[in-house]
Ligand binder design. Structure first.
Ligand SMILES: *Cc1c(COP(=O)(O)O)cnc(C)c1O
Length: 384
């Protein structure tokens, strides 16, 4: 093995998740697969391939570099939508490639207009409106100027979408704020319609909104975390739980597994300290396995003396501090452990499982952050 660990991405889990998401949003709603953050750590190329095989034909990225990767990876000529950063200098490539993008500033609209004229090709835009998230989006006060601009330059744009994003649909604490956003979005939608501007596609919902606020499911939903097999939050799952059929209480399956092997074994005597400093002293004669995964690989230093891994199907503790490239695991209770034995950091082994969530809970990181922090250079391979 050239690398010290590897990540497996399960195709069948993806298909399973997509089936569940479809059951929630309806067959007619387009599902855009959100692949920002290197597809939440799974690898853009892997997810494009798996998702297209499962029938997805629309992908959302945050930035242009990610759109370039999706475009190279697509085998089905799927549509690509950039939701965030677009440098005006990249607009030529974007418009020429038929990639759609969010607009939330006049500066970007003006730049897009100039490029569209130059290329003699319509720019595909999604108008993002400010409904209360306060990140990006045109303000209500800007609507007249926006309308004028859109109508005057009708020949140069395709009005692909009208969109917004909710400020935390995964938590009941934000209920009022989200409800207000839903109302505000409708107001924009009606206003534009009354003023002769109809968009091809209305879209507002992420995973949490799709699950908890069905009224936000419109022509398209932008699904990130759920397609990877995670609930946006514990609350979203609890809210859904009662509605799930008894045999379907766990409808989402994790795609990712992260595995390594035992690099070497060591006997230590009662009273010996393990690793740097004195954070762990052996309370008995012990056998320790060294595993070649450390904080440089995304195994957080906060998991020192807290993390767990699976070896021979048993849940075993990380002892001592996590170093840059290794962890020490107490394997005293294993029968006949050997160098090269499989170590599961995230995933299943025999009857036990370590989920990203349990891994995350012990360090207060949410799924989203932990996944996207998995370094790009750990090899990912697609498995059934
Ligand atoms: C990240 C993102 C999504 C997807 O969110 P999930 O919670 O992962 O489903 C949807 N829309 C926008 C604008 C986003 O930035």
């Amino acid at each position: 093995m050239l690398h010290t660990s590897y990540i497996e991405i399960s195709k069948s889990a993806y298909k399973n998740n997509l089936k569940f998401i479809k059951s929630q949003v309806g067959e007619k709603t387009v599902i855009s697969s959100v692949v920002k953050g290197n597809a939440y750590g799974h690898g853009i190329e892997n997810i494009v391939s798996i998702a297209e095989e499962a029938g997805i034909r629309h992908f959302s990225t945050f930035s242009t570099d990610e759109a370039v990767r999706v475009q190279k990876a697509t085998k089905k000529n799927s549509q690509i939508m950039i939701m965030g950063m677009v440098d005006n200098a990249s607009l030529s490539w974007i418009i020429d490639s038929g990639i759609s993008f969010y607009v939330f500033e006049f500066d970007r609209l003006e730049a897009a207009l100039a490029v569209s004229k130059k290329l003699n090709k319509r720019a595909k835009i999604h108008v993002e409106v400010e409904t209360g998230f306060h990140r990006t989006g045109f303000e209500w006060e800007e609507k007249e100027t926006l309308k004028k601009f859109l109508l005057e330059n009708k020949a140069h744009f395709e009005w692909c979408g009208l969109c917004t994003h909710y400020a935390g649909a995964e938590s009941i604490g934000n209920h009022v704020r989200v409800q207000n956003q839903i109302k505000f979005y409708r107001k924009y939608k009606d206003w534009f319609s009354e003023n002769g501007i109809r968009f091809q596609c209305y879209h507002t919902a992420c995973s949490a909104a799709s699950f908890s606020y069905p009224e936000t499911i419109m022509d398209m939903v932008r699904i990130g975390i759920a397609q990877y097999g995670f609930w946006p939050s514990q609350e979203t799952y609890m809210y859904k739980f009662k509605q799930l059929a008894p045999h379907m209480k766990n409808p989402l399956r994790r795609l990712i597994s992260w595995k390594s092997t035992i690099m070497s074994l060591k006997k230590v005597k009662i009273g010996d300290f393990i690793g740097y400093g004195n954070s762990f002293m052996a309370s008995r004669n012990m056998t320790i396995a060294l595993v070649p995964v450390g904080y440089s690989h995304g195994f957080s230093r906060n998991l020192s003396n807290l993390g767990k891994v699976l070896i021979h199907g048993k849940i075993l503790p990380v002892v001592g501090t996590v170093t840059m490239n290794t962890i020490s695991v107490d394997i005293s209770d294993l029968k006949d452990p050997k160098k090269g034995d499989e170590v599961v950091i995230i995933g299943k082994q025999k009857r036990n499982e370590i989920t990203v969530a349990s891994f995350g809970e012990s360090t207060q990181q949410v799924n989203y952050e932990l996944l996207t922090r998995l370094p790009n250079d750990i090899p990912r391979k697609i498995v059934q």
